[in-house]
Design a protein around this ligand. Structure first.
Ligand code: DOR
Length: 457
């Protein structure tokens, strides 16, 4: 189907894959990027939709290497349709869905099923991540080659670690042959035990079982040793502790094929938020004893961890930002902290949260866009480089956002079925104005300003 041409005027165009960051115009047509730069009004095609991009940033659509779309099996929590709308609203044009579905993504038939559903229901590109082990049970390897042939982009048992070191070693050996990364959820269960939040003074105050930082760091250290001995590609999922950053840094310095991701919540909020006062001292925090919306794995940690993660992201030790969008139904969260499900619904708040780092001068705008586009594309590998490019001839997957727009998170307006976010009611600065997938406008926000279409005489 022929898509209408779109001409975006005077936006700040950021394309990290080309080190491009300058004000200019962007022309989309036939599903592709046709031109970017100082184009001028003469280049506006007849009948094009013209958008005023003044004050807005235009970048490649965001790529999320880690989200939970819950389909098949948990459609009461999320569907590919709702997750794709949430992604589009958050500026994402590619979502990689994790395999903790029912049935899990451990064979080609499930990969095909997701591809079909995505073709029917999704506004944006959906890529599947296959299981490392059959049924995610951690006992024997899944048919990794079958999954690779079916089109998975990585392997993970996310939600659960690959606990058996020898299985992880084998998986990494295969991963080097298949050229796909293993994204491990690093959690040494003999250390995390029954923990529900980060070990520390807040956990002690609430009488909740804590999860020590070593539960994450011990498994990352193990996996780096295994990546070194096998040559396999290790991608460390959702890094959360200060001590994890130097482990990844040192592995990279030694030239090992190791990459890492961090989530928006681990970069912006701490375990103080578990107390229910959105990080404010309890006295002025209202009546909640705790907020189960803050329960997530890995857990929210201390400010020193947040600071180290931001530094690691700014330095490029952490390659990319991934949401770990984990939507849950209300009943999974309206229970005690111990019984609540782990997970936060993130797609629609990610950009607004992350822009705090830019406004607070902790991360440059260019680095933020890089870690949401070019960074994850590089983890996916050379064949996905175009996803993060605004070169003429590449797919018109583009996000347009206003870094200055103030808004308040209202989960009743979420596209995601998961309303489980501790950010409900908080004020954020910066919001998506429009998202284009293959040249189609798949999200149009209230801030989008059209100019009159300029038919030439
Ligand atoms: O908080 C989380 N929720 N962490 C995970 O690793 C899994 C996820 C889920 O599937 O709900």
């Amino acid at each position: 189907m022929e898509t209408q041409s779109i001409f975006i005027r005077h936006a700040r165009i950021i394309d990290p894959s080309r080190q491009l960051d300058r004000v200019g115009d962007l022309l989309l047509g036939g599903g592709e990027i046709l031109a970017a730069g100082r184009l001028g009004v003469d280049r506006i095609p007849d009948g094009a939709i013209v958008i005023n991009g003044l004050g807005l940033v235009a970048s490649p659509g965001f790529i999320d290497l880690h989200c939970h779309l819950r389909e098949p099996g948990f459609e009461y929590k999320e569907t590919i349709a709702a997750g794709s709308r949430a992604g589009a609203k958050g500026g994402f044009t590619t979502l990689c869905c994790m395999p903790n579905t029912d049935p899990p993504i451990d064979n080609a038939a499930v990969v095909d099923y997701i591809r079909q559903r995505a073709r029917q229901d999704s506004l944006i590109r959906i890529l599947s991540i296959g299981c490392v082990t059959k049924g995610r049970k951690g006992l024997e390897l899944a048919e990794m080659e079958e999954l690779a042939n079916a089109g998975v982009v990585a392997f993970s048992d996310d939600g659960d670690p690959v606990y058996d070191a020898n299985l992880m070693r084998l998986a990494l050996t295969y991963s080097s042959d298949l050229g796909l990364p293993i994204s491990n959820h690093c959690q040494d269960r003999s250390l995390s035990c029954n923990g529900v939040m980060a070990e520390g003074s807040v956990a002690t105050h609430l009488g909740l079982d804590g999860i020590p930082a070593a539960a994450e760091e011990a498994m990352i250290a193990r996996d780096i040793a295994l990546a070194e001995s096998t040559g396999g590609r290790l991608h460390v999922a959702h890094l959360s502790t200060a001590g994890s950053v130097p482990l990844v840094r040192e592995a990279k310095e030694r030239g090992l094929p190791v990459t890492a991701e961090v989530c928006p919540h681990h970069l912006t909020i701490t375990d103080q938020w578990v107390l229910g006062g959105k990080g404010e001292p309890r006295a002025s925090a209202g009546s909640l004893a705790y907020d189960t919306a803050t329960k997530v794995y890995p857990p929210l940690r201390a400010q020193r961890d947040v600071d180290a993660l931001i530094q690691g992201l700014a330095d490029g030790v952490i390659d990319c930002i991934a949401t770990d969008h984990a939507p849950h139904d209300i009943t999974s969260k309206q229970v005690t902290y111990q019984d609540a499900a782990f997970g936060i619904s993130v797609l629609e708040t990610a950009l607004g949260s992350l822009l705090q780092l830019v406004h607070g001068k902790k991360l440059s705008m260019g680095a933020l866009v890089d870690r949401l586009t070019n960074g994850p594309a590089k983890v996916l590998g050379e064949s996905y480089a175009d996803l993060a490019s605004m070169q003429p001839g590449t797919a018109a997957d583009v996000v347009l956002f206003d870094p200055e727009e103030d808004w308040t998170v209202d989960t009743s307006e979420f596209e995601s079925k998961g309303r489980n976010t501790p950010l409900e009611g908080t004020k954020l600065k910066g919001r998506v104005v429009a998202t284009f997938s293959g040249g189609n406008m798949v999200y149009q926000g209230p801030g989008l300003r059209f100019e009159e279409s300029r038919a030439r005489v």
